[in-house]
Design a protein around this ligand. Sequence first.
Ligand code: NI
Length: 134
Amino acid sequence: MLPCSDQLQRALLVMNNPINFEEKFSKFADHWSPKVIAEMNDYQFKLVKIKGEFITHNHEDTDEVFIVIEGSMKIQFEDRAIELESGEMVVVKKGEKHRPYAENECKIMLIEPAGVVNTGGAGGDLTAPDNDWI
Ligand code: NI
């Protein structure tokens, strides 16, 4: 039996193969649905394309790292908003309410523990499948 995609991706990781962001981003077009590209211990590296507004949410148990790879985005917090350009990152603290948005499509990487749901405790239609490897 052929290995499923998850198993194959993990096997390739074990072989220390380089992971190319551009090649990975070419594999999907949907917005707000994080794709896992690598794991380090119990943390995952996820690529996401974002466009438009996400919902306000927080993650009760963990910080969340946003790294902008291409484009620009904003994150609205309760008391302020920040803008991130390509080449910039931010650590959103555990429990902090945040609402990401991007006027034009923006390509980002998230780093967070495995099992973190994109909408946190808010739920709703934008909740993406967890552990979706590409
Ligand atoms: Ni979040």
